[in-house]
Design a protein around this ligand. Structure first.
Ligand SMILES: Nc1ncnc2c1ncn2[C@@H]1O[C@H](COP(=O)(O)OP(=O)(O)OP(=O)(O)O)[C@@H](O)[C@H]1O
Length: 261
């Protein structure tokens, strides 16, 4: 395993952020870590990165992980190229090798621009490239596509596929389920500090998903009914959406929430 957490507990004062988590990722796998706000995803990623120590349990990591936290961390006054050089130097990676990351993250044409003057999406691509500059065996990406445009999203997804193809283990947190389906990633669902479900997308869908109709009424109430029938809806319905068995409906069945809620 490139990453293995066993029985990990983490508290912030009285608050239990992780409550006995077993989580492992083999080489070459991409595991999407899903869960509602406050479930403990960032805490788990920070522990895997070695930034936080668990209160109990054990953590085993192969090599020095590459971490892209939620908050973008770049040197704004340095150019894109110089940012890659600066982080490469920390890891003893040559400048030439560091620059190989320009292309997969669609940064070649921006290489000589100061990073502080890039758009949000461009900065996020650089931030992610920096995390992998030393070709880590374990890559930790905390909401790498938050607020990303289409180009950034697809560059990051392609890069993730490439990294896993080269044998890295990738942990990927997101609230956006279609990209998990696009990646074909395995899934671990965290809620209130516990892993409540894990497996391949197909396994989660087979075990937990059912068809649902989500009905929104004029007074703003929302109701979810099993099945796919739209018959017999009254005049007080403003919207009715059929949610077919999918990762989204499995997530809903497990957490009682839509993924974006
Ligand atoms: N530094 C901190 N001090 C106190 N409580 C914290 C701290 N960091 C996180 N928490 C709490 O621990 C719990 C887990 O937080 P965490 O940030 O790991 O969740 P998350 O799943 O990453 O959430 P999100 O999807 O909103 O990013 C939450 O209840 C949060 O309020």
């Amino acid at each position: 395993m490139s990453l293995a957490l066993t029985g990990v507990v983490k508290r912030y004062g009285e608050r239990v952020a992780l409550d006995g988590v077993d989580f492992s990722v083999p080489a070459g796998a991409v595991v999407a870590l899903l869960g509602p706000n406050g479930a403990g995803k960032s805490t788990l990623v920070s522990i895997a990165a070695g930034l936080l120590a668990p209160d109990s349990g054990s953590v085993s990591v192969r090599g020095r992980p590459g971490l892209a936290p939620q908050e973008i961390g770049i040197y704004p006054s340095l150019t894109v190229r110089e940012n890659l050089w600066a982080f490469a130097e920390l890891y003893g990676v040559s400048r030439r090798r560091a620059e190989r990351w320009l292309e997969p993250f669609v940064l070649t044409e921006l290489a000589d621009r100061p990073a502080g003057r890039l758009s949000g999406g461009e900065q996020r691509r650089l931030h992610t490239a920096i995390a992998v500059v030393h070709r880590p065996k374990l890559v930790l990406l905390d909401e790498p596509t938050a607020g990303a445009d289409t180009q950034t999203r697809s560059a990051i997804l392609d890069a993730v596929r490439g990294l896993a193809g080269d044998g890295a283990a990738v942990v990927y947190t997101t609230h956006y389920l279609p990209e998990i389906e696009e990646l074909g990633a395995d899934v671990a669902l965290l809620e209130r500090g516990r892993i409540i479900a894990s497996g391949t997308i197909e396994e989660l869908v087979a075990r937990h998903a059912e068809s649902l109709v989500e009905i929104t009424y004029t007074d703003g109430r929302t109701e979810r009914r099993p099945g796919t029938s739209l018959h017999g809806l009254g005049d007080d319905v403003v919207r009715a959406e059929v949610i077919r068995p999918s990762l989204e409906s499995a997530y809903l069945a497990l957490t009682g929430r839509r993924s974006a809620e």
